[in-house]
Design a protein around this ligand. Structure first.
Ligand code: IPM
Ligand code: MG
Length: 388
């Protein structure tokens, strides 16, 4: 029997290409796993009205963790149009299966390291960028509590004397049928957990600072709660030489482009973490290099930061390095340190040599290599001892 059971979820679009590529590398590493395919994504929405079938949830419950490629998400009206005609008018509505998985399995932490590997021609801002984003993964703006049109009772509650906002009346004037509402709900526990993990990580890996990304001057309650909790948690660590910095989301988008080397570990709630992690990916070569992990107390789903890029579906052309480094994060989480180390060293070498690379690195007119060729090159190197 294999040492690990891994749920295998390519999902949509280029998810299939990058997962196939990653498998070549995991096999070359002789990672001792049984891979259990699990259905997820757009196809299952269209044919079954459910992008995350119950059978998939059962598979996840029986595995150690999951590897996940990418998902296509479309806005409500488009999603309804693509639903099988026999399933229409049944009140089904599309939801993002990955957002749901994060909530269902309480994968509260989205860890997104963004490291510039030396020699990558896309490292326009330097080879010495090494950022790690801790994104709260189940709360905030992506908690799924939304309305359109705005129900009368919600409106009334928001106007209630004592805690409501008297300016709310303007929405009534516009007609509640014209008003949409998405909420940002954050708990003290959620804020504390993500802040503590960011500081624990900084301590473990000798990082110099942790920066909170928020907007408490406007989002006074949610941003205010996060900021207070961050300051409280920081007190337990700053004695150890870790600096605690605070930045507004808008300002940090500018500062990180100007002086990315100033930053180290970043911590944010769900939406700001989503935004800032794409920005960080852009600093180290783009989404083709950005790996990520959704981590809970008992389970984890490893998925790169990038999406399904439908226009490249089946073309075997996108960069598999983000997904391969995501598999490296899985090996870390499983405690397979030696394999993780070999895998990262092989990726670093392939990037440094800059001979075999996909179109995002080489350019379209420069004979770029395929997704598979990059994976095979990494696989060749993992099979050799480090430094050989
Ligand atoms: C990500 C993606 C997802 C998110 C989408 C596809 C739901 O942008 O993982 O960063 O916003 O979390
Ligand atoms: Mg994102």
């Amino acid at each position: 029997m294999a040492k690990y059971k891994i749920a295998w979820m390519p999902g949509d679009g280029v998810g299939n290409d990058v997962m196939n590529a990653t498998r070549i590398v995991l096999d070359a590493l002789q990672f001792d796993a049984e891979y259990i395919p699990a259905d997820i994504g757009w196809e299952f929405w269209c044919t079954e009205g459910n992008p995350l079938p119950d059978r998939t949830i059962e598979i996840l419950k029986q595995t150690d963790c999951a590897l996940f490629g990418a998902i296509t998400s479309k806005p409500r009206d488009e999603a309804n149009e693509e639903l099988d005609p026999s399933l229409r008018d049944k009140g089904l509505s599309y939801f993002s299966p990955i957002v749901k998985l994060r909530q269902l399995f309480n994968l509260h932490t989205n860890l997104r390291p963004c490291k510039a590997y030396p020699g990558n021609p896309l490292n326009k801002l330097g080879d010495d960028i090494d950022l790690v984003v801790f994104r709260e993964n189940t709360e905030g703006m992506y908690g799924g509590v939304e309305w359109f049109p705005l129900p009368e009772e919600i409106y009334t509650a928001m106007c209630a004397p004592g805690y409501g906002n008297p300016k709310m009346v303007k929405w009534k004037d516009k007609g509640l049928e014209n008003v949409a509402l998405s909420t940002r709900i954050m708990s003290k526990q959620g804020c504390e957990s993500i802040c503590r993990q960011a500081f624990d990580y900084a301590k473990k890996f000798n990082r110099k600072s942790v920066t909170l990304v928020e907007k408490p001057n406007v989002l006074r309650e949610t941003g205010g709660l996060m900021t207070r909790v961050f300051r409280d948690v920081a007190k337990d660590y700053t004695g150890g030489g870790i600096e605690a910095w605070e930045a507004n989301i808008d300002a940090i988008c500018m500062w990180m482009i100007k002086n990315p080397q100033d930053y180290d570990v970043l911590v944010a709630e769900n939406m700001f973490g989503d935004i800032v992690s794409d920005l960080c990916a852009g600093l180290v070569g783009g989404l083709g290099f950005a790996c990520a992990a959704n981590i809970g107390d008992e389970y984890a789903v490893f998925e790169p930061t990038h999406g399904s890029a439908p226009k490249y579906d089946g073309k075997n052309c996108v960069n598999p390095i983000a997904m391969i480094l995501t598999a490296k994060m899985m090996l870390d989480w499983l405690g397979e340190d030696e394999l993780a180390h070999r895998l990262e060293a092989a990726v670093a070498e392939v990037i440094k040599e800059n001979k075999i690379a996909t179109y995002d690195v080489k350019g379209r007119d420069n004979n770029p290599n395929s997704t598979t060729e990059v994976a095979e090159e990494v696989a060749r190197k993992v099979a050799q001892p480090v430094g050989a």
